[in-house]
Design a protein around this ligand. Structure first.
Ligand SMILES: [Mn+2]
Length: 263
């Protein structure tokens, strides 16, 4: 049995990343895949990089916040002003931002893995675009089918990040129009789509009781016969060290950042 801990959207939150890593180790994870967005807008920077190195994922994907970092370091005008302010904080809190930038620039925005003959597509958002809102929880099957285009036609499962809402659903590539009456199910070409949520900045409200503020990740078990067991996990942790650091370091937009977690 392979047990892969798939995580992303850490967004500057070391307390959450620690909680995730402790849990994944306890569960006996055999591998780690990182799907992007390590730094910003939270306060943790250098320690977060060191922790990622310690976790040592075999997959490293470049998210839109990695691109913000790269473009800010190269003083590219494409970065929005408020993001630039956050990136300046990140760059100032790294010992060697240029070296880290060189590493991050090498990350692809998508990749494919085969585990016990199960073909898995991995991306931050779309395989060819790591930003935008086209794969949100409101998006149509047509949009999600973009995860299976081009050389990804034979992929069994598409796994992505970015939207901060842990989700599991199927897309029928032969029925992207949801208005079909008397559908012939023998024509179905169903593929599994998973969103892994967010380690450090979840946006989902799984019940009417509360907004999620646990570290979210996917523990994907793949058996020897290609049987898959996706577990969307939520790990509770104490995020007061993160908030204290935000205040102590005078993190840009710190009130806005902390308000994200208010219940
Ligand atoms: Mn993102």
């Amino acid at each position: 049995m392979e047990k892969i801990a798939i995580f992303s959207d850490v967004h500057g939150n070391l307390s959450a990343l620690n909680a995730f890593f402790d849990d994944a180790k306890k569960c006996g994870a055999t591998d780690y895949w990182f799907l992007g967005d390590l730094f910003g807008p939270g306060p943790d920077v250098e320690e977060l990089w060191n922790k990622l190195k310690e976790i040592n994922p075999s997959v490293l994907i470049r998210g839109n916040w990695e691109d913000f970092f790269i473009n800010s370091l190269h003083q590219n005008s494409k970065v929005p002003t408020n993001i630039k302010t956050i990136e300046r904080y990140i760059i100032n809190h790294l010992k060697d931002p240029d070296k880290i930038c060189q590493e991050i620039e090498q990350y692809p925005i998508s990749t494919e893995k085969t585990i016990n003959d199960v073909k898995i597509g991995l991306s931050h958002n779309l395989p060819y675009d790591n930003q935008g809102d086209s794969l949100s929880i409101r998006s149509s099957s047509k949009n999600l089918a973009e995860l299976f285009t081009g050389k990804r036609k034979n992929i069994d499962i598409a796994i992505y990040a970015h939207i901060h809402h842990p989700t599991m659903r199927y897309v029928d590539l032969n029925c992207l129009n949801q208005q079909v009456a008397n559908y012939d199910y023998s024509l179905a070409d169903e593929r599994l789509v998973l969103n892994i949520g967010s380690i450090g900045l979840p946006f989902d409200k799984p019940t009417h009781l509360y907004k999620e503020c646990r570290a979210e990740y996917l523990l994907l078990e793949v058996g020897d016969e290609g049987d898959v067991y996706p577990r969307l996990k939520r790990i509770s942790y104490n995020n007061s060290p993160t908030f204290e650091k935000a205040i102590k370091n005078d993190l840009p937009f710190k009130e806005q950042y902390i308000n994200n977690f208010e219940l």
